[in-house]
Design a protein around this ligand. Structure first.
Ligand code: GUN
Length: 281
């Protein structure tokens, strides 16, 4: 089975669009998403354009603020503080990576955690790891929704996460624990990754190495979620060798068209959730 992230994301956006109409009729206001892009990193420009397009499509108040790469850090922090106070803004996302002279940690911590649609603020990270309500990072949230489409009950499944980043690997681990999986976190220093993967019922590959996971690394009937988006001479490829692994896996996400569309749909969903929490206070 090939997991169609495009179709699942489109269905989620359709539901969100309806929800936005309902919220407007209740509160006479719509959720607002402000995305800040600093500099001209080519992939970031594409991601931000797509975020803006889909936010508008579902009826959000969508704004993109673009700054040059030599932006002074304090200008960015002042803008975030201004957005924190603006009632029309439900969610704030500062696109990463940031230029080196800007302190990413300071930026993330300046965003009001109630508007942190990325789920990167330490309060949200802490709440997620304690099992409390929190904003959940969009990519792992998207992966877990895809997993649940294949298998409703993940109790006792052995999941292997490849990659330990704050954006993907670590929050993914928390979400899998919440679903009662047994989780192995692997990374670049893991001794024998193939052996670890062969024990997995679920593999989440989020490490940024093209076609790392081969057919003979995967147990028959495993579910494989590929978070990688790697530019190669032969086009965009994931962290999983799709041609090989699709022959042994029970279900697998393609690249493109798997996790990518879910990330944006989950960002929209997080924005709607932040709006609802702010208005129900
Ligand atoms: N850059 C790549 N992925 C992400 C993401 O999920 N959030 C932000 N803010 N920046 C990113």
């Amino acid at each position: 089975m090939i997991i169609d992230g495009k179709e699942i994301a489109a269905a989620l956006r359709k539901d969100l669009k309806k929800k936005v109409v309902e919220l407007k009729s209740i509160y006479n206001a719509v959720p607002g998403l402000t995305v800040i892009l600093v500099g001209d990193d080519a992939p970031s420009k594409i991601y931000v354009k797509n975020k803006e397009k889909f936010a508008k499509e579902i009826g959000l108040n969508s704004e993109v603020i673009r700054y040059p790469a030599d932006l002074e850090e304090k200008v960015l922090l002042n803008k975030i503080n201004e957005l924190n106070k603006d009632n029309k803004v439900s969610g704030i996302l500062v696109q990463l990576p940031l230029p080196k002279h800007i302190d990413k940690r300071k930026v993330i911590e300046t965003i009001d955690y109630g508007k942190d649609v990325d789920g990167f603020h330490p309060i949200n990270v802490g709440n997620l790891s304690s099992g409390y309500e929190s904003s959940i990072p969009c990519t792992p949230l998207g992966c877990s929704l895809l997993l649940k489409k294949v298998e409703k009950n993940l109790n006792g499944k052995h999941a292997v996460v490849i990659g330990r980043s704050n954006l993907n690997g670590k929050p993914m681990t928390q979400l899998l624990l919440k679903e009662n999986c047994t989780v192995t976190i692997t990374h670049s220093k893991t001794k024998d990754l193939k052996i670890e993967c062969l024990r997995a019922d679920i593999i989440i590959a989020a490490v940024g190495i093209p076609k790392l996971v081969k057919g003979d690394w995967v147990k028959n009937g495993a579910i494989v979620i590929d978070v990688g988006i790697n530019k190669t001479d032969s086009g965009l490829v994931g962290d999983v060798d799709f041609d090989e692994v699709s022959k042994v896996a029970k279900a697998i996400t393609p690249v493109p068209g798997g996790v990518g569309p879910m990330t944006i749909a989950c960002l929209l969903s997080n924005t709607v959730e932040c709006f609802k929490k702010a208005y129900s206070k």
